[in-house]
Design a protein around this ligand. Sequence first.
Ligand code: A3P
Length: 297
Amino acid sequence: PPPVHANITATSISTAQRLPGAIIIGVRKGGTRALLEMLNLHPDVEVAKAEVHYFNLDENYRRGLGWYRAQMPFTLPGQLTVEKTPGYFTAPLVPERVWEMNPAVRLLLIVRDPAERLVSDYTQVLHNRLQRHKPYQPLEKLLLLKDDDDDNNDDVDDGGDGVDHGKGRHRRRIDPGYKALQRSLYHVHFQRWLEHFPREQIHVVDGEALVRDPYPELRKAERFLELTPRIKPSNFYFNATKGFYCLVSAGHDKCLDESKGRPHAPLRPRAFRKLCHFLREPNKRFFNLVGQTFTWC
Ligand code: A3P
């Protein structure tokens, strides 16, 4: 019997759209697209190409699980469906909603230095605004608050330690209300996920390690997802022009698009230091929650 024909018949009978067995929940700008595309190298993994935004957007959530399932790729029984929506990590209602869908779903969280993440987040918003010919404030304007009574002392700062050094010195504090900063307070959001899911159901991927050398991070993810190891070092090559690893699959190579790994908007070193200082304590809390440390600024 012609095996090709037999294959086609079997495939057309059993493929179906299925709810995801694993979700990449964030973090925004952490490397979520790279992780999804790299997992997709595995023959037993099929991914939703576009971000689904089901659990975080009420207008989608109201459409119900039938709608959600219809956003998923067709898979064979035994294949794993994966979707990624970085907005899930920080949206308050999402952990409970995901748990209600499937309390056994596996969660992947890719993190990166939250100060770098913030600058990347700002850069993305800036690009989107410029594309729509809309103006946008410089990052420092959004990130730093100015004390009301210090209006005449614009050029003096606190030396980056976040401490006011006294009379005549201008003190510019980090604005804790800045949205992109709040998204970088990983411990706040992670804590909420832990209220619904046990720690071992959330696999944390080191975003900087994924940039440096993707294969070991993918190997760990395969293990977490209980997949037979099929992704190989030869699936990756470093593209010097792009400055990042690109993917090789079935003889084709593919880099992520130019919005991934683009130059960051400028931020003066002393403002960056202040940001790092502000994040020191939140980062420590996050390390305690995940039981792992990262070498962030
Ligand atoms: P930058 O653009 O700040 O460098 P996300 O997909 O969640 O939006 O994350 C985007 C980030 O993925 C990029 O941030 C980039 O650093 C990171 N990244 C990780 N691996 C990459 C790869 N192989 N190619 C391009 N970008 C990659």
